[in-house]
Ligand binder design. Structure first.
Ligand SMILES: NC(=O)c1ccc[n+]([C@@H]2O[C@H](COP(=O)([O-])OP(=O)(O)OC[C@H]3O[C@@H](n4cnc5c(N)ncnc54)[C@H](O)[C@@H]3O)[C@@H](O)[C@H]2O)c1
Length: 245
């Protein structure tokens, strides 16, 4: 029986990742700071998913999640660092506190997760997948600090892939394009004309629509399976062709 820790599991892409792993028969520790959405995700997928309410910016959350997987499921085969927040603000409007908060959740939390999981993943020769973004590969307007965090997440995954390869641990980044989630709604609602912004986002992807969380989740599941046994250090776009242009 394979087990996985998934962060940001309450809503959006994270909830989709939980559903994909549950369907594939994995045992799951689902982590989110929003207890009610976390419970709703877990209720949908059944008894092999246990929940942990906590903030990933707090090192103790990652340590507790890994311990839970090892204690309940006898080991840990995969970790998915998905929790993240956006900051739709120009740089002149961004405070030092907002910068620190964004890096704490989108980047430092990945370090905590990797540190907490390292020994268990070495034992299982498992994998870590971080959910970065197409904005970790190409920039976008109106959210420079968010873009900076995603560039950092991509490079962290590549660097860890090199450091951990001798131990047989694979590390990859998944780089979603524009995905229909509560986070996207928050970003679009902050624009002067949200309806026009949504149409622009749909048209921006060569496939002409937004991605679903399930479409991102299937790539994440693939990277955690033996089918991806020789794939490490990649930043895989799941973006409807956006970064091909
Ligand atoms: N939606 C998109 O278009 C898109 C595109 C590229 C990348 N991403 C990335 O995908 C990931 C998921 O995005 P989403 O759109 O599903 O977001 P979302 O806001 O819809 O859901 C994120 C989930 O993470 C949880 N979360 C946020 N901060 C947390 C914290 N500090 N500790 C614990 N849980 C926390 C939230 O409670 C929520 O349940 C993020 O890393 C995001 O940057 C999203």
């Amino acid at each position: 029986m394979s087990s996985v820790v998934i962060t940001g599991a309450g809503k959006g892409i994270g909830a989709g990742i939980v559903e994909a792993f549950a369907k594939a028969g994995w045992s799951i520790v689902a982590v989110d700071r929003d207890r009610s959405s976390l419970e709703a995700t877990a209720a949908k997928v059944g008894s092999k998913t246990v929940t942990l309410a906590g903030d990933v910016a707090d090192r103790a959350t990652s340590e507790a999640a890994v311990k839970m997987a090892v204690d309940r499921f006898g080991g840990l085969d995969a970790v998915v660092g998905n929790a993240g927040v956006t900051l739709p603000k120009l740089i002149d409007d961004t405070s030092a506190d907002e910068f620190d908060k964004l890096f704490a959740i989108n980047v430092k939390a990945l370090m905590f997760l990797a540190q907490a999981a390292h020994r268990a993943l070495a034992k299982s020769r498992g994998s870590l997948t971080v959910i970065a973004s197409k904005t970790g590969l190409v920039a976008q307007r109106n959210s420079p600090i968010y873009v900076a965090t995603k560039g950092a997440a991509v490079q962290l995954a590549r660097a860890l892939a090199l450091d951990w390869a001798p131990e047989g641990i694979r590390v990859n980044a998944v780089c979603p394009g524009i995905v229909d989630t509560p986070m996207l709604k928050e970003f679009i609602d902050a624009m002067p004309d949200p309806a026009a912004s949504r149409r622009e986002h749909e048209a921006a992807q060569p496939l002409g629509r937004l991605a679903t969380p399930a479409e991102v989740a299937s790539a994440v599941l693939f990277l955690a399976t033996p089918a991806a046994a020789f794939i490490t250090g990649v930043a895989l776009p799941v973006d409807g062709g956006f970064t091909a242009e």
